[in-house]
Design a binder for this molecule. Structure first.
Ligand SMILES: *Cc1c(COP(=O)(O)O)cnc(C)c1O
Length: 427
């Protein structure tokens, strides 16, 4: 009896689609999702007791490996002292100071419980600060599921977006302009026409929700100079890239100081914790100091903060990111060689502990590029690997994640598995 299948059927009867977040349902790859029983280090086990080398890493948080003994101990200790108080605690100050130390553009921080909350609050804050309504986002970037961000591009430049989800009134997205990632000319044209009306530009500084897409240097420079010139707030959504691509996040690699930054995933070390922060003059507009309202019963939860703090401690140890990047590079290079040998059209890219696999002859520059990759090949690859005990995210549009618990031997094993799968695909 396959327990994954039985559990999926049981789940579907009581939870819509059987899952609490849609991508988990395997909708875009087909088949039965694995119900996870436990995780340790670089591995997860499903309810059939099948073990997988895991490159999902809870979609990014598990950077030090699953159930790291020091993180678990920190959580246990914090839990013994009480789960939630609804009052300020010292550890909230400690983690805020730590974040500001690691990400210098962040002068003040507020803690929340999810990336969605962080980006939603940062946008409200940018609007309150600038007293403007319009926002710019880029096609293919995901910033959580708040109403004004669930939007797809309108029919022309300067036509505002249409809701990409049922249940979002068109009125709610009429202030969101969706532009093409890496398209500098379009960005310049937009600012020259309506620059004084733009409250903020939000982007994934390495996009990871349309697979991995790198920004060009010109794009990053244009973003910073145009927002500065027109008094718009530049928001780096580092919920995925923060503490993932480098200790100081994408902004440290771009050598850019955004006005606001959102963080999540890694800073919670697997617990519900996220944050937004940035310039002190902007952060001063938040309640109780300013008129922009924002709150949360579980914000800065002591158990989540304990997991986050311990994770932030571990990633600052000597050689952490050098090791992580070396592992990722080994995997990406191994896959490239193996695919070439098998004659499969494939390319790959990585930044720090984050990587992208594409069934296309070059790495994508935009969402439109990404849609031209071979999705059927991705599905075959995904299932071929999963059946042989290697787990990637169940969608061609997701980035993949390395952890410090992976080893060169595990990567060799993964590459050897990929060789078999590529050979099978080439038949
Ligand atoms: C995951 C993610 C979010 C949303 O975070 P949740 O914690 O899932 O709400 C927002 N922005 C980016 C870039 C993300 O990767």
């Amino acid at each position: 009896m396959n327990r994954n299948e039985a559990l999926f059927n049981r789940a579907k009867a009581i939870i819509p689609g059987g899952v609490n977040s849609p991508v988990r349902a395997f909708g875009s790859v087909g088949g039965v999702p694995r119900f996870i029983k436990k995780a340790q280090g670089a591995y997860v086990w499903d309810e059939n007791d099948t073990r997988y080398i895991d490159y999902v890493g809870s979609w990014g948080p598990a950077i030090v490996g699953h159930a790291h003994p020091e993180v678990i101990e920190a959580v246990r200790e914090a839990a013994l002292g009480g789960l939630s108080f609804g009052a300020p605690t010292e550890v909230e100050i400690v983690i805020a100071e730590e974040i500001a130390k690691l990400v210098p553009s962040v002068e003040q921080v507020r803690l929340v419980s999810s990336g969605t909350e962080a980006t939603m609050s940062a946008i409200r804050l940018a609007r309150g600060f600038t007293q403007r309504d319009k926002i710019i986002k880029f096609e293919g970037c995901y910033h959580g599921h708040s109403d004004s961000l669930l939007v797809k591009a309108g029919s022309g430049l300067l036509t505002f977006g249409n809701p990409s989800s049922a249940g979002v009134p068109a009125d709610f997205t009429q202030h969101t302009l969706v532009l093409e990632y890496n398209n500098v000319a379009q960005l310049e044209e937009t600012f020259s026409k309506i620059g004084s009306e733009i409250a903020c530009v939000i982007l994934e500084p390495f996009a990871g929700n349309m697979n991995l897409v790198r920004p060009s240097e010109n794009f990053i420079k244009a973003l910073r100079s145009l927002t500065e010139q027109h008094g718009a707030v530049l928001i780096y959504d580092e919920v995925m890239t923060g503490f993932r691509v480098a200790l100081g996040g994408a902004q440290s690699l771009h050598n850019i100081k955004p006005d606001l930054t959102t963080m999540g995933k890694v800073i919670g070390g697997g617990m519900p914790l996220a944050a937004f922060g940035g310039r002190k003059d902007i952060m001063a507009c938040i309640s109780p100091l300013g008129g922009v309202y924002q709150a949360g019963t579980l914000s800065g939860n002591p158990v989540a903060v304990a997991a986050g703090l311990k994770t932030l401690e571990i990633i600052q140890r000597e050689g952490f990111y050098e090791n992580l990047a070396k592992l990722t590079e080994q995997l990406v290079n191994g896959f490239q060689t193996a695919s070439k040998e098998a004659g499969i059209t494939f390319s790959a890219d990585y930044v720090g502990g984050m990587f992208g696999l594409y069934f296309a002859d070059s790495t994508p520059q935009s969402y439109a590029d990404m849609t031209r990759s071979n999705i059927e090949d991705f599905k075959r690859f995904f299932h071929g690997m999963l059946e042989r005990g290697v787990a990637f995210g169940p969608s061609a549009y997701e980035a993949c994640f390395m952890s410090a618990a992976h080893t060169p031997e595990l990567i060799d094993e993964t590459v050897a598995t990929a060789k078999k799968v590529f050979a099978e695909m080439a038949k």
